[in-house]
Design a protein around this ligand. Structure first.
Ligand SMILES: Cc1cc2nc3c(=O)[nH]c(=O)nc-3n(C[C@H](O)[C@H](O)[C@H](O)COP(=O)(O)OP(=O)(O)OC[C@H]3O[C@@H](n4cnc5c(N)ncnc54)[C@H](O)[C@@H]3O)c2cc1C
Ligand SMILES: *[C@@H]1O[C@H](CO)[C@@H](O)[C@H](O)[C@H]1NC(C)=O
Ligand SMILES: *[C@@H]1O[C@H](CO)[C@@H](O)[C@H](O)[C@H]1NC(C)=O
Ligand SMILES: *[C@@H]1O[C@H](CO)[C@@H](O)[C@H](O)[C@H]1NC(C)=O
Ligand SMILES: *[C@@H]1O[C@H](CO)[C@@H](O)[C@H](O)[C@H]1NC(C)=O
Ligand SMILES: *[C@@H]1O[C@H](CO)[C@@H](O)[C@H](O)[C@H]1NC(C)=O
Length: 712
């Protein structure tokens, strides 16, 4: 895939072969020359910047001789070899070890200890005698330079490790997933009490309490999503790494030859470390936010999990950027009068501020409080700010020729956008029939291209071309029609945003139906190895049913023998059956046990299966809250008729108790593995997770929860 291109960019980066500055891993031997040059420079000038040969210029014997003496004091033959080799590369006349030795011997005769004491000395003009640097100064210079550049290495390596950490976990779960698909007995192998204990206490439950998909309110005001314990562990280790990487192995060099003040030294070291780390965290940060992230397919992790990780990487990046800015402030103020101000006047520093401010604003505007109610506005602002972050950081590092990592971050982003547009074009713009049913659900039916094939449980982002919402793309689960070829259907629950606008519009249309052009971006999601289990339980509520229905349908089609399936749908009113009636009929199969729980009553139910009778139709136009649930004789008879039409379904007029339900199911299935798929209202979903955790030790066999609701 095209991701190869991105990896190629990353790979060249890791190779880091930039001769002029740019990113590299610094090695000791070349650093010795850097250290010697730095300390010699404090004593005398030997050549102008225009001299490209510099220390390797054999016509400039004072320069070569001084360097030869300084390098010899480092006691490192490796450093000398490196210097000679390097000079040999850049000097057209060559540069041999004999040249080095001759320069050393000749310089011995002319060495001066204190250059500034020489007559006519001027630090801004090239000096014509070799200088002898004191051993202690050489030692200090080496310690200072090695410590400075090694710290940058740490920054790069730690940044790569932090990204690699996620890749490592993804590879592990990818392998697990492949095994589950390829070897049918794989899921059975990992059962037993130890496996169940691990899952009961570590991988399955929410971090604390019950809430996971349902918002938890901090101080009763700020909604937050609580990860599962397993996700918390992964994020916890990540943060431990982030913190450890930022405190380990910082050294102050006594008598540092680069920075006089310790505050300037430590400020810069902290800033370099965090700066490099942040740079290497960017491509992953961008990749995890995209819809077309190939790692999703491989790992089997949901988009919502990638978004969760994206958020925590973003928080780390912002925090480290702040530390970077504070460190550079200490450094600038500690170097000398005017340094801080001079730096702040430079465009690359100003763009750094822009990037940081945009980052901080993104954290604020992405808070659930603001995102939940105005999701589309959140997305628009988020994208604009992200552009500023990317451009700002890009310009900020261009001074140090570190931009290539931002090419790859930008490439990842552009790639995602291009694929999204490509997917929309592949589907094209098609007229969809949109109908409001039972006053609560919008049924969107559209012909799909024959090559555009959804799979069970897939979702897609729907663009509805009406002036108020064409730019919005909302995710909905795809139902592939059985009766009609190349036709897909979405069932949209009427909520407060785009769906509400459509609702208002359709209410005024004849038959509450309209033809509206739409386009569909997808299909997204991934297949689940549900057929690998001995029995399957599907629990959905309200509009969560389509995905689970598709999966159940596929299992029924594929596997005719020893199927053992329970399909539960929880709805508030009988009237909801109207919009999923045909599919419920399709679910009839000897080994599929369908149960519908009706929690609230008979409000709004009418005889939708018979077009001629629209006697109670008027009810559906009223808001369901206004309707009483009194069962008149007429409604009683309609419900009776409905039940007889759906005689393969058991209707239960109460709220299901998940604990009892799961406990019963687990006991019944005691001879096999179970896959529980859920897509319910968030609080019911959390209830199922909790109930499963409570009942897990009732079975020695593997019970997996495929929680298919995604909240991000
Ligand atoms: C993978 C997936 C599959 C889904 N399948 C279905 C389905 O089959 N049927 C169905 O009725 N609903 C489904 N949903 C939920 C559906 O996406 C939202 O109900 C819809 O986007 C709300 O639109 P609105 O503007 O009317 O909502 P609003 O009233 O504005 O918001 C309601 C909620 O939806 C969230 N939301 C709004 N827009 C988006 C968006 N673009 N992306 C993600 N979340 C958003 C908001 O954060 C808010 O919490 C699915 C969601 C996901 C993530
Ligand atoms: C020896 O060193 C001196 C001073 O650095 C220089 O002027 C002279 O040219 C050198 N002699 C040779 C033979 O390199
Ligand atoms: C080189 O050796 C000398 C003498 O043994 C010692 O004083 C000095 O510290 C050493 N320098 C380095 C950089 O190791
Ligand atoms: C070097 O010479 C200058 C000028 O004569 C003098 O100020 C300085 O103290 C000397 N440095 C050392 C280390 O002797
Ligand atoms: C040093 O040289 C510069 C020119 O390069 C000159 O402007 C300056 O006055 C000189 N300083 C001394 C102390 O001679
Ligand atoms: C240089 O570093 C070494 C070890 O890191 C230390 O033992 C030595 O004292 C340092 N030398 C100076 C001059 O700072």
């Amino acid at each position: 895939m095209n991701y190869l291109a991105i990896f190629f960019i990353l790979f060249t980066l890791v190779k880091g072969d930039y001769t002029d500055g740019g990113w590299k891993i610094y090695h000791r031997a070349p650093l010795y020359t850097v250290a010697c040059a730095q300390i010699i420079g404090k004593n005398a000038l030997y050549f102008k910047e225009t001299d490209t040969l510099g220390w390797c210029n054999l016509d400039n014997q004072p320069a070569v001789g001084t360097m030869a003496h300084a390098l010899t004091l480092t006691n490192s033959t490796k450093a000398i070899d490196y210097f000679v080799n390097d000079c040999n590369k850049i000097n057209p006349d060559g540069f041999t070890m004999d040249d080095f030795k001759a320069a050393f011997d000749n310089a011995t005769k002319y060495l001066v200890a204190n250059a500034s004491a020489e007559p006519g000395f001027n630090i801004t003009l090239p000096f014509n005698k070799p200088v002898a640097i004191k051993q202690a100064k050489i030692d200090a210079a080496i310690n200072s330079s090695v410590s400075r550049y090694q710290n940058m290495n740490y920054g790069s390596i730690f940044g790569l490790v932090l990204s690699g950490y996620w890749f490592f976990l993804i590879i592990l779960s990818g392998i697990w997933r492949l095994m589950a698909f390829m070897t049918p007995s794989f899921v059975k192998k990992f059962s037993g009490s130890l496996s169940n204990k691990v899952r009961k206490y570590i991988t399955l439950p929410a971090l604390f309490g019950k809430k996971h998909n349902d918002y938890f309110y901090i101080f009763g005001v700020f909604p937050v999503l609580i990860p599962t314990r397993w996700e918390s562990i992964m994020l916890g280790v990540y943060w431990i790494l982030v913190l450890a990487f930022n405190v380990c192995d910082f050294h102050h060099n006594v008598g540092n030859t680069i920075w006089v003040l310790q505050s300037a030294e430590m400020g810069r070291k902290i800033a370099d470390r965090t700066g490099y780390m942040v740079i290497f965290m960017y491509p992953t940060l961008v990749l995890f936010a995209g819809r077309n992230n190939f790692l999703q397919l491989f790992s089997g992790w949901s988009y919502s999990r990638f978004i969760l990780i994206h958020k925590w990487i973003a928080r780390a990046v912002t925090l480290l950027s702040l530390v970077h800015a504070v460190g550079m402030t200490y450094n600038g103020k500690g170097i000398g009068v005017g340094k801080y101000e001079a730096r702040n006047a430079k465009p690359y520093v100003r763009w750094g501020y822009v990037a940081f401010i945009a980052m901080a604003l993104m954290l604020v505007q992405a808070m659930n409080v603001l995102r939940k109610s105005r999701y589309e506005i959140f997305v628009a602002i988020h994208v604009i700010l992200a552009v500023f972050v990317l451009i700002g950081s890009w310009i900020h590092v261009s001074e140090d020729l570190l931009t290539p990592i931002y090419y790859s971050a930008a490439a990842v982003w552009v790639f995602d956008r291009v694929v999204r547009i490509g997917r929309l074009m592949a589907f094209g713009i098609r007229k969809a029939k949109i109908q409001l049913i039972a006053d609560e659900t919008l049924k969107v039916t559209v012909k799909r291209p024959s090559y555009w094939k959804p799979f069970a449980g897939a979702h897609a982002y729907v663009h509805i071309f009406r002036p108020s919402c064409f730019w919005q793309s909302h995710p909905f689960t795809i139902v592939d029609e059985v009766s009609e070829q190349n036709t897909i259907t979405f069932y949209l629950k009427v909520k407060g945003g785009m769906t509400h606008g459509l609702y208002q519009y359709l209410k005024k249309q004849p038959n509450q139906t309209s033809e509206i052009p739409i386009s569909v971006e997808g299909p997204y999601g991934h297949r689940l190895p549900l057929s690998r289990y001995d029995s399957q339980i599907f629990i959905s509520s309200g509009n969560g049913i389509p995905g689970l229905y598709e999966e159940a349908k596929q299992l029924v089609q594929k596997k005719t023998s020893n199927l053992n399936m329970k399909f539960i749908w929880i709805i508030r009113h009988y009237k909801s059956i109207e919009w999923f009636y045909q599919e419920l009929v399709n679910l009839e199969h000897p080994s599929v046990d369908v149960e519908i729980y009706i929690t609230n009553g008979s409000a709004g139910v009418h005889k939708f299966w018979d077009d001629s009778s629209s006697d109670l139709n008027s009810n559906s136009e009223k808001n369901s809250e206004e309707l009483n649930n009194e069962k008149t004789e007429e409604i009683e008879s309609i419900i009776g008729e409905l039940k007889s039409k759906l005689s393969h379904i058991k209707f239960i007029e109460q709220r299901p108790n998940m604990n009892d339900l799961l406990s019963k199911e687990i006991e019944q299935a005691n001879n096999g593995t179970i896959a529980i798929s859920t897509c319910c209202h968030t609080s019911i979903d959390d209830d199922i997770r909790r109930s499963l955790v409570n009942n897990l030790d009732k079975s020695q066999n593997r019970i997996d929860l495929y929680d298919q609701i995604q909240v991000w």
